[in-house]
Design a protein around this ligand. Structure first.
Ligand code: ATP
Length: 487
């Protein structure tokens, strides 16, 4: 069946609303809403997207969900095709997909076609990706560990907390004129700095195989420097580092306090900037916050673009988990995770992405041992140590805010002296929740409630304990508040 473009988009416009529930509002706004359905014919739904990356990301993360809603609408589709650029005739669109490999990703990682059970992105890494971190001809002379072939832009999940860092990394990876030098990426442990740096290196290599790109950690830079000093090969060292087109140094905070390494780094940095070679640095904090880093280096680091990777949000964590679960699939073919398991992990493990990945891996491993569906109960048992560590610490302030929102009163009234029921009851509920959900003592809680005595707090707690057994409205309110605070 052939459906015209206008009609198609109108139908798609209403169909896609169904996806909000399954992908979440943020993901929907970022990825689904901008999609335009160009054609739906012969079982192929052709979408127009703004870049290969968008098509790839959407197909990997939401391909199945999109097919489901299309099929539910009574217009059967077996596969999705994502086309980049201006709208084309649907016939041409379908034809362009034929050359694509079966898993929907062509050798250079651009999306060509997507089938419902697409393979893992990890499996598409072509053999030429397993190259060392130094990319090109005389690579043997240059230092660096292997680049991880899992760390590509394809496998990097973008969300609010990292979208700026991702966009900057993409921009640098396009090569061309050096627009900001250096690019300085920073953020807490396990938030994707190394992943983004490797992704830049892979992408540069793909686009410009002749470019001399060097990626190394600051520790390796120091090691090479000390070795050159010891072996009296400083000239070689200088020549080597000054001959690169792109220098990437990970975890630069490492050279803080190491005076001669800093000195050499400073000269390398200046020489590269002068010759308009691109420099990309990462650290666990902003340049100005790295103690014992010379101020002249700090100001050089600040002279380009400084972007940070913020702590993850629930939506980003869920997106990452969905993607990783998809990538574990071929290895753990028969393992099923019960509905809600990924959501549970995204809620409960907020520390960092590395921990999140480790938890998921452990679940799959357990699933294969027990040989049945992994439920939330099993998840809780299996990950008890990780969950305990990342248990969120609810604060008194949070409790007070939530209680005020719930009862629509002001904080000043909650902690103030007014004794009318509309303030007194929520106040006692808040006291009760503080006692239950935090480790704070009664006097500490009292101080946060306008300097009340600990006996008043105890009285409030007891009152609510008594009421929750008799008053179903209070029991219900408590349950709702608790859930909101644990979210
Ligand atoms: N947005 C993301 N999408 C997919 N995977 C991610 C994302 N962010 C982090 N990861 C994964 O989390 C793990 C840790 O990331 P990475 O090593 O890049 O962190 P880092 O910021 O360099 O940490 P560290 O401070 O320890 O050096 C990696 O396996 C990486 O692939």
């Amino acid at each position: 069946m052939r459906v015209g473009a206008d009609m198609t988009n109108e139908t798609w416009g209403s169909m896609r609303q169904e996806l909000i529930a399954s992908v979440g509002r943020n993901n929907f706004a970022n990825w689904i809403e901008p999609l335009e359905l160009d054609a739906l014919e012969d079982g192929v739904a052709t979408f127009r997207v703004t870049s290969p990356f968008v098509g790839d990301w959407v197909s990997r993360n939401y391909g199945d969900a999109i097919l489901n809603v299309i099929n539910k609408s009574g217009r059967p589709a077996e596969r999705l095709v994502f086309e980049v650029g201006p709208r084309r005739e649907p016939a041409a669109a379908a034809a362009s997909a034929h050359g694509a490999p079966a898993n929907g990703v062509s050798a250079n990682g651009t999306p060509a076609e997507v089938t419902p059970s697409h393979g893992p992105a990890g499996a598409r890494a072509s053999s030429d990706r397993a190259a060392p971190a130094v990319l090109r001809g005389e690579a043997d002379d240059l230092p660096g560990p292997d680049l991880d072939d899992r760390f590509t832009f394809d496998s990097f999940v973008v969300g609010k907390p990292n979208e700026l860092a991702h966009a900057a990394a993409r921009r640098v990876a396009e090569g061309g004129d050096v627009t900001f030098n250096p690019l300085f990426l920073y953020g807490g442990v396990g938030l994707g700095k190394t992943h983004l740096m490797h992704a830049i290196a892979w992408e540069l290599r793909r686009r410009q195989p002749d470019l001399r790109v060097v990626y190394l950690s600051a520790e390796q830079f120091m090691y090479r420097f000390i070795q050159a000093l010891r072996e009296r090969q400083m000239i070689d060292f200088k020549q080597l580092f000054r001959s690169v087109d792109v220098l990437m140094v990970d975890d630069v905070q490492f050279i803080a306090g190491k005076d001669s390494t800093q000195e050499e780094f400073f000269h390398t940095f200046n020489a590269l900037v002068d010759q308009r070679s691109q420099i990309i640095l990462s650290a666990d904090r902003a340049p100005g916050e790295i103690e014992k880093m010379e101020s002249r280096i700090v100001s050089r680091m600040q002279s380009g673009l400084v972007v940070d990777l913020h702590p993850t949000t629930y939506e980003l964590r869920l997106g990452i988990l969905q993607q990783k679960a998809e990538r574990f699939r071929p290895q753990f073919r028969d393992i099923r995770l019960a509905d809600g398991v990924l959501e549970f992990l995204a809620h409960r493990i907020t520390s960092n992405v590395r921990v999140l990945e480790g938890a998921l891996m452990r679940l799959f491993a357990m699933g294969s041992l027990v040989g049945r569906e992994v439920t939330i109960d099993m998840t809780q048992e299996c990950l008890v140590d990780i969950l305990r560590q990342s248990d969120r610490k609810t604060t008194i302030d949070e409790i007070q805010r939530k209680v005020c929102d719930h009862y629509n009163i002001r904080i000043s009234d909650l902690v103030g002296p007014k004794r009318t029921r509309i303030f007194a009851r929520p106040r006692q509920i808040a006291m009760y929740l503080c006692k239950q959900m935090t480790q704070r003592s009664l006097p500490e809680i009292g101080r946060k409630f306008g300097g009340r005595d600990h006996t008043t707090i105890l009285h409030g707690v007891k009152k609510i304990e008594e009421l929750r057994g008799k008053d179903s409205q209070i029991a219900e309110d408590l349950e709702m508040l608790r859930r909101a605070l644990e979210a």
